[in-house]
Ligand binder design. Sequence first.
Ligand SMILES: C[S@@+](CC[C@H](N)C(=O)[O-])C[C@H]1O[C@@H](n2cnc3c(N)ncnc32)[C@H](O)[C@@H]1O
Length: 305
Amino acid sequence: MPPSPTDASAVAVGPLSIATLLEALTRQLRQAGIQSPAADARHLVGAALSLDRAGLLAERDRPPTAAELAAIDPLVRRRLKREPVSRILGRREFWSLDLHIDASVLDPRPDTETVVQAVLGHVVDRHARYTVLDLGTGSGCLLLALLSELPAAIGIGVDIRHDAAACARDNARRLGLADRALFVVGDWGKAVLGENVHIMVTNPPYVAGSEIDTLMPEVARFDPHVALDGGEDGLDAYRALAPQVAHLLRPGGIAAVEVGQGQASSVAELLSRHTLAIAEVKADLAGVDRCVVAQNRVGMRSETG
Ligand SMILES: C[S@@+](CC[C@H](N)C(=O)[O-])C[C@H]1O[C@@H](n2cnc3c(N)ncnc32)[C@H](O)[C@@H]1O
């Protein structure tokens, strides 16, 4: 029988050990155009064998068992189809929180941590009883990161997808934050229109519809389109959100809005049409303007700093 595409015993050079298996899988992933083949091979083999990096090193010279090879094979096949490691393993670290993710939610990005940093930079008293609203919560990453930093805050996460809200709720429960977080299903702020919050965050879909198919396969094939598609110019969600933000924020409250590359000035302009003043445009670690922070100036008495 010909070897399966991930049959490491067929592709490894020399006697098969965990080390040569990792080398073989790394080569195979690299040849498939995957950008971080060594790390991905390590994560997948580590997950299949329940070994962390140190465990893999400690056992590097022993041969893998047949059962272990059988456990690794389906994971590598999925990666060869460009499914991200985070989706294969069903988890993603965000702001040092271990989040579960499933097919209903965006795989949280490190860039989105810029939104958390921006909010914390505008908060003067981390122990105040703030209310936080996260529109388009997905996995709940933004709301849960903020609740983890603001121990007296409570928050609401909204998503249009029932299954995303359920995923976020499950993350809140597992992180011990469920008693301070409520997740509701709705169309942006319409489900919470009576609310008057101190802090609003959102990372809406902002990719121009025609560009989605040009993104990396890991994104285009595996992130939900409702989490990506920002309409013709990528700005549809911001147009819907901008008037709601002003109504949902209490005077002095702040909104931190993630934006795509090159969108900061357009989004700032959309927000400024309402009663919002732009307080900051914060760049991510790559130097890309990633987060527009706006403050509600109506009847202003700053409560967040
Ligand atoms: C870019 S993802 C962000 C998810 C998460 N906040 C994050 O940063 O990883 C956008 C989210 O907005 C949700 N969404 C899209 N349209 C929506 C709408 N009209 N109302 C509420 N949520 C919406 C999507 O389901 C998705 O979870």
